[in-house]
Write a protein that binds this ligand. Structure first.
Ligand code: FES
Length: 118
């Protein structure tokens, strides 16, 4: 299964994802420049993404912990999630997320991810 990730520069990357992986891990492990400072512990909000509207209903609702952490992020709206808290399941095949600008790694030198079709 795949996810589609839009970076702040507008580029879209189609990445292969495995069941049980966190969306943050998929993005990071394919080499896209995501900060994800706490490594997935729901303690930093630097993995903030906007989820495509049509996907919202398919995601498990955010925990209180995630909502509190998101409160401290910028440009939060109803599409906002911490992508380290989204676990891949077959229902999420094709998931579309957009990386919020503050989640972009500072030294972002946008690489061409392996497995990406641009
Ligand atoms: S990586 Fe820190 S909250 Fe997701």
């Amino acid at each position: 299964m795949f996810i589609n990730v839009r970076l702040p520069d507008g580029s879209v990357h189609r990445l292969e994802a495995l069941e049980g992986w966190r969306v943050m891990e998929v993005i990071r492990d394919w080499g896209l420049p995501i900060k994800a400072e706490c490594g997935g512990a729901c303690a930093c909000a630097t993995c903030h993404v906007w989820v495509g509207k049509e996907w919202a209903g398919k995601l498990v609702q955010p925990t209180d912990e995630e909502s509190e952490m998101l409160d401290g992020a910028f440009q939060v709206d109803e599409r906002s999630r911490l992508c380290c808290q989204i676990i891949m399941t077959p229902e999420l095949d094709g998931l579309e997320v957009e990386l919020a600008p503050e989640s972009l790694a500072d030294d972002a030198d946008i690489p061409v991810a392996v497995g990406s079709s641009g």
